[in-house]
Design a protein around this ligand. Structure first.
Ligand code: NAD
Ligand code: TDX
Length: 332
């Protein structure tokens, strides 16, 4: 039975992975999470206590991290400051967690020769034109735009250097935009769903032409497990499910599924440096590891997600007013 340390396991995607591990493996899971504004212990509180334990702490705390990594067979590193808009207003926590935190973890993994998987994002590759026939591949040069994506790029490069210089047994995955339950209401899809529940019109940045390549969080989790089981050490795998949609289409879809007129949204000021389009070519992951996404119907996935936010208001309500107050200050 493997002992897996999941950093950021009380966040959106990390908690999805912890649920996925409990359902699909016999692993024992320890979650290390600082429980920032983005972490919620309720996201994993229904899981059996003999399978999952939560340690509240910072991934940049070297002594704490050393002890936890020493007891683990595998580390899966999700913890991060994750929101682009926040990084534009206060970049410092992004450096502390995404750069120093990752450095602290890989130093411990090096010392204890522990298998390490680093979770990253397609945003490290910058953006594409709307009509570019190419998509991101593992060979695309790094070209991050925001403080968030530049710290994620920095953390990826640290992991690569530790593989080459110190023989760290690591893999990296760069995934596209995730959606599904337990996502913080600051993010695009849950923000708009909970706005509609509150009788507030959705807010579209700029013209709404920006394209994101959506993947259900469960498909991200199944891909990460495949990489841990079968991925080659030192390799990077791009994770995506061919889900390109522009933001306007997504807002219209949410409004339609929630019984509103599809034009009942407002345009607000654009995000500075707003990446235009992300698109992932996941051929390597599919051909080398035989992975396939199971959520191919975005409409059905959005419908389930809307239902989850309707049914789980107690999970998101405490964060909603403060999140909207922050956006209001920024004119968004
Ligand atoms: P999230 O903000 O929902 O969760 C982040 C979690 O990390 C929270 O539980 C938070 O408490 C924890 N955390 C933050 N700083 C910490 C620290 N210093 N020490 C310990 N824990 C800390 O983020 P998410 O959307 O679940 O993203 C998780 C990972 O996936 C990130 O590395 C992100 O870059 C990556 N990613 C996200 C997406 C996406 O669409 N959301 C896509 C690709 C990659
Ligand atoms: O109110 C909004 N209106 C709007 O038009 C918000 C919150 C966002 N947007 C736009 C900006 C983006 O084009 O929607 C798109 C998605 O925005 P976010 O949910 O903030 O995601 P994004 O910036 O694309 O980054 C996400 O995917 C990659 C995650 O937050 C990152 O952690 C991940 O690395």
């Amino acid at each position: 039975m493997q002992k897996i340390l999941v950093t950021g396991g009380a966040g959106f995607i990390g908690s999805n992975f912890v649920h996925y591990l409990v359902a699909n493996t016999d692993a024992n899971v320890t979650v290390l999470d600082k429980l920032t504004y983005a972490g919620n212990p309720e996201s994993i509180s229904t899981l059996p206590e003999d399978r999952v334990s939560l340690v509240k702490g910072d991934i940049a705390d070297a002594a704490l991290v050393d002890g936890l990594v020493a007891e683990s067979d595998v580390v899966v590193h999700y913890a991060a400051e994750s929101h682009n808009d926040n990084s534009l207003h206060d970049p410092r926590p992004f450096l502390d967690t995404n750069i120093i935190g990752t450095y602290t973890l890989i130093e411990a993994a090096r010392k204890h020769d522990t298998r390490f998987h680093h979770i990253s994002t397609d945003e490290v590759y910058g953006d594409l034109e709307l009509d570019d026939p190419e998509r991101f591949t593992e060979q695309t040069p790094y070209n991050p735009s925001s403080p968030y994506s530049s710290t994620k790029a920095g953390s990826d490069l640290l992991v690569r250097a530790w593989v080459r210089s110190f023989g760290l047994r690591a893999t990296i995955s760069n995934c596209s935009n995730n959606y599904g339950p337990y996502q913080h209401v600051e993010k695009f899809i849950p923000r708009q769903i909970t706005n509609v529940i509150d009788g507030v019109r959705p807010k579209l940045y700029g013209k709404g032409e920006n394209v994101r390549d959506w993947i259900h969080a469960n498909d991200h989790s199944s891909a990460v497990l495949a990489i841990i089981d079968k991925g080659r050490i030192g390799e990077t795998y791009l994770i995506g499910a061919d889900g390109e949609k522009n933001n306007k289409e997504v807002v219209e879809l949410i409004l339609e599924h929630m019984g509103q007129s599809s034009d009942a949204y407002d345009h607000v000021i654009d995000r500075p440096g707003h990446d235009l389009r992300y698109a992932i070519d996941s051929t390597k992951l599919r051909e080398e590891l035989g992975w396939q996404p199971s959520f191919s119907n975005f409409h059905a996935g959005i419908e389930d997600t809307i239902k989850w936010y309707r049914d789980n208001e107690s999970w998101w309500r405490p964060q909603k007013a403060a999140t909207e107050a922050r956006y209001k200050e920024q004119g968004q």
